[in-house]
Design a protein around this ligand. Sequence first.
Ligand SMILES: Cc1cc2nc3c(=O)[nH]c(=O)nc-3n(C[C@H](O)[C@H](O)[C@H](O)COP(=O)(O)O)c2cc1C
Ligand code: SF4
Ligand code: SF4
Length: 269
Amino acid sequence: MCISTFVEFYIMNTINQIFFSPTETTKKIVNKIGNGIGFSQQFETDITLYKNNYNFKESDLVIIGAPVYAGRIPEVVIERISDLKGSNSLAVVVVVYGNREFDDALLELRDLATDKGFNVISAAAFIGEHSFSDSIYPIAADRPNEKDLELAFEYGEKIKSLINSGDIKNNISVDGNRPYKERKQAAAFSPITYKDRCSLCMKCVDLCPTNAIDKNNPLITEAQLCIKCAACVKTCPSNARVFENEYIKSVAKRLNSLCNIPKNPSIFI
Ligand SMILES: Cc1cc2nc3c(=O)[nH]c(=O)nc-3n(C[C@H](O)[C@H](O)[C@H](O)COP(=O)(O)O)c2cc1C
Ligand code: SF4
Ligand code: SF4
């Protein structure tokens, strides 16, 4: 595809940032990449809580961002993007992972985008604080840090140069294997709410991506619906939401000791 003529370059001035991001690390990275690309119009579509159906034109540039869950793209993300449609629209796909591995998630997101009619011209895996990280077992705590955000901005600038030069690779290759890692059935548990600390502010209810927390009573969570995203745990202003589950604690302990060497972003361009 030639996109170097004046008319086509003029048309490509819009970036659509689409992301699922319960604890907002993916959002931060996608926003920074968008800033780096720097087109004058930037639209943000946060699909953490809702599904969206959009038809993109060939002249659109879309950034699609998702966290890595167990080496894969979370099923809820697949459902949220199921009605996105591209018309050979340019896409950048980005996964954010908690310093363990991104395994097959980036390849899966690339494949999903391709299947939906996008031409994936670049892809990247960045690092974000692990959802299970806490003060006892920190895992990639406070990432993305300043350096990560700088790299995300520079990555955006590179994408812009690529588009302006017209020298883009169609459907870029990325790391990962097919068949993808087997998806394990998650056990049914959720964070609990400590009644004595809860102020009934309902913040957790509003930001739970799967409506697992009872709308009238935040002390009740439907464990089957919980995807363990930790949004409620990390956002509760009273520290009333806690993962008391032994499995999560043991995973956090293991990751804290095994994944303590900070990784660098992987960029495919
Ligand atoms: C259920 C679950 C599974 C996860 N699996 C992985 C994983 O396989 N590898 C990894 O490095 N991080 C993993 N993480 C950590 C997230 O990918 C990481 O914290 C990410 O930054 C969260 O994105 P968000 O802030 O946009 O929600 C997992 C998190 C959750 C909740
Ligand atoms: S965010 Fe915390 S304090 Fe607010 S309702 Fe939920 S558990 Fe209670
Ligand atoms: S209840 Fe589960 S799905 Fe809902 S915000 Fe909390 S951890 Fe995420």
